[in-house]
Design a protein around this ligand. Structure first.
Ligand code: VG1
Ligand code: CO
Length: 590
């Protein structure tokens, strides 16, 4: 094999967003006119990694993907660029597939692994005409921060050549674990076991023998929807092979390049089948015509790369913000949190349900910008910065992301196991043969204790970018910079733009969401947040996050979209969303 240096020209638009770079797969394939898209991006990435490593290319890198269309071809291209640049030890999982949390676990388990290239567009659909993407994780397993991705982007705008191997290279992704393929005399690809490190980490978080015994109780059953993403094989390995649950608990757990033509985003809209199987209507309320006793105790779903989760009980959808707060309140059910979490965090648009639990526990609760990379420093404050240790740490986002410091990514399967643990603890005194304390019981008791944070999100997908920006500009000029004099029924009291200073390394992030604060006639506070998505591949998505606190237990039974309807109407009218974008209704309500 010969290493060649191929001349290339910069390709515009290689700026990673909230989580990696996502584009239509044809763009990555070079079919839209820009040759060498993958090569340009990976060379820029490697140059960035080398620059922060004293000019030396990282010696060991793991390359894995979520199995979406173009996964295998991209792995071959990337391995050639890595080998040609002198990366000595390239690790690729069997079949090229690993969930994002599993990659994070693998990096953490081997101190010699310096980075992880993850081929995924996460919850975006895959297949021809759909999305492909690449994320990069650093040492310690955390997603690369904005300092890294900004530099990568900057390098991509002045790249002149990339290195690769001349001639065809064929890496058999279905070779046995331990197989080595020498790409150059000094670069070798090793096929690794995708599961081992990750399963070991989960075993430390949870009590597997006790969960296995609980799983055998006839009153308990679980339904796990892999949405044909990378999480499926991991669910099989853990739920069936480790915990001994019946095969029938797995639904859509075989990865498919186009996710079975589905949209692998575990929310009320896109996980419609699971939602129905759990006795829920599309708005998340219980279907009155379904007998809840016949349904699974717990339902869970993952996204394309296995880092998101949806949690539901029989006739009970648990919003991600509530799930996070309930896990926090029930920390004693989860061995990883022995002694109690020392810190917790949520993304700013997530509800304040976590905050009230953290306050009761007397622990710090951080509010961060959207995206898991912002939790990394808090979780690693001791190991990387020698500062206050917040571990064990719990964090999450309203976008169906939940996790802890066991790795540095959100973790869909972990969230499902957290709920199995919570159910197990709640039922330690339930006699055999008696109905179990249910997910619904746990949720309603939580609301009774802390009050309910009604929460829901409207997404307006496929909006023209200029129109979306004009909505944001209007909010800025009228409600953040401007004087507010509102006497509406639900009264707008203040507006602000969220910016963040990382408490560990003091880096800053600005323009992270526009917050409108409201007051109901009875004095109850409410909040609406507007943000533009940073994970799309075309056009813009406006996200509208709605939240209202309700102490009165009599009112906790209402469905969230109904309870928040007036607030939504009021906010959407104030910001002239319909007029500026031409959108009459959101494309997703979750
Ligand atoms: C979305 C979510 C955000 C999440 C990100 C990545 O970002 O809102 O909370 O961290 O996706 O999730 P945005 O910018 O589109 O709102 V994943 O599962 O893609 O890694
Ligand atoms: Co994801």
């Amino acid at each position: 094999v010969k290493i060649s240096e191929v001349p290339t020209t910069p390709i515009p638009g290689m700026k990673p967003g909230t989580s990696g770079l996502r584009k239509k797969v044809e763009v990555w394939q070079g079919k839209t006119g820009e040759k060498y898209y993958v090569e340009n991006f990976i060379q820029s990435l490697l140059d960035t990694a080398s620059a922060s490593n004293g000019g030396r290319v990282p010696e060991t890198i793991i390359v894995a993907g979520d199995g979406r269309y173009f996964n295998d071809e991209a792995i071959q291209i990337i391995c050639c660029v890595l080998a040609a640049n002198g990366v000595k030890d390239i690790r690729v999982p069997v079949a090229g597939i690993m969930s994002t949390p599993a990659v994070s676990a693998a990096i953490r388990a081997s101190p010699d692994i310096k980075g992880g290239i993850i081929l995924t567009a996460s919850h975006n659909p895959g297949g021809p005409g759909e999305d492909f993407g690449i994320k990069y994780n650093l040492e310690y397993g955390q997603p690369a921060g904005e300092d890294f991705t900004d530099e990568l982007y900057e390098r991509s705008t002045r790249i002149q050549s990339f290195k690769t191997l001349e001639g065809a290279v064929d890496i058999d992704l279905n070779a046995k674990v331990g197989t080595q393929i020498h790409l150059t005399p000094s670069s070798v690809v090793t096929i690794i076991d995708p599961f081992e490190d990750y399963v070991n980490v989960l075993k430390k978080c949870f009590d597997f023998p006790a969960m296995s015994a609980f799983g055998k109780r006839p009153e308990f059953s679980l339904l796990f929807d892999g949405m044909h993403g990378a999480g499926g094989p991991f669910a099989r390995r853990v739920l069936v092979e480790e915990l001994g649950l019946d095969e029938s608990c797995l639904f859509r757990c075989n990865p498919l390049p186009d996710f079975g033509k589905g949209h692998p985003d575990p929310n009320l809209t896109y996980a419609a089948e699971l939602v129905k199987k759990m006795g829920l209507l599309p708005d998340g309320s219980a279907d009155p015509n379904v007998d809840l006793k016949q349904l699974p105790t717990l339902g869970a779903a993952n996204d394309g790369d296995g880092d998101r989760n949806l949690i539901a009980g029989a006739g009970c959808f648990v919003t991600p913000s509530d799930s996070l707060a309930i896990i926090c309140d029930n920390w004693s059910a989860i061995p990883h949190f022995a002694g109690g979490p020392k810190g917790v965090a949520r993304s700013m648009p997530s509800s304040a349900a976590l905050d009230v639990v953290a306050e009761a526990l007397g622990i710090p609760c951080f509010s961060t910008p959207t995206g898991w990379k912002f939790f990394g420093n808090l979780m690693s404050s001791k190991e990387l910065f020698g500062k206050t240790d917040y571990t064990p740490f719990l964090c999450g986002e309203e976008s169906f992301g939940t996790g802890s410091d066991h790795i540095r990514e959100k973790d869909g399967l972990w969230a499902a196991l957290a709920w199995v643990s919570i159910l197990m603890a709640a039922n330690k005194d339930t006699p055999q043969g008696q109905p179990l304390v249910s997910v619904r019981d746990i949720v309603t008791r939580h609301w009774a204790k802390y009050g309910r944070h009604f929460y829901c999100r409207y997404d307006y997908e496929g909006v023209d970018s200029n129109d979306a920006n004009s909505v944001m500009d209007l909010i800025r000029s009228e409600f953040v910079a401007g004087e507010i004099a509102d006497n509406g029924d639900i009264q707008l009291v203040s507006g602000e733009e969220f910016s963040y200073t990382d408490p560990v390394d003091f880096s800053t992030a600005s323009k992270q969401g526009l917050i409108l604060n409201f007051t109901y006639p009875n004095g109850d506070p409410a909040r609406v947040v507007f943000r533009l998505s940073g994970t799309g591949s075309a056009g813009a998505t406006i996200r509208v996050y709605l939240e209202k606190y309700e102490k009165d237990i009599e009112k906790h039974g209402e469905s969230a979209p109904v309870a928040l309807k007036n607030l939504a109407n009021r906010a959407i009218e104030l910001v002239q969303l319909q007029k500026l974008t031409g959108c009459d209704a959101p494309t997703v309500i979750t």
